[in-house]
Write a protein that binds this ligand. Structure first.
Ligand code: FES
Length: 68
């Protein structure tokens, strides 16, 4: 089992759990305030980017991911 788990939610965010670092576009670490479970937005509607704020439910974001 990996120390970090990444889950793609259908029609929703990317969930990450474990010990990890998230960097912005300039390679600067984003303060996670010690969180080891986060949800990253992939619908582009979040007002708290890069994190999911639940806006994907209102904007009708559609995405499914299945292993093949
Ligand atoms: S995925 Fe949740 S707000 Fe974008």
């Amino acid at each position: 089992m990996s120390d970090v788990v990444v889950k793609l939610r259908d029609h929703g965010p990317i969930l990450i759990s474990g010990e990890f670092v998230i960097e912005d576009g300039q390679g600067q670490p984003i303060d996670l305030a010690g969180k080891t479970n986060i949800a990253l937005c992939r619908c582009s509607a979040s007002k708290n980017s890069p994190f999911c704020d639940g806006s994907h439910k209102e904007c009708g974001f559609v995405a499914e991911n299945r292993a093949k």
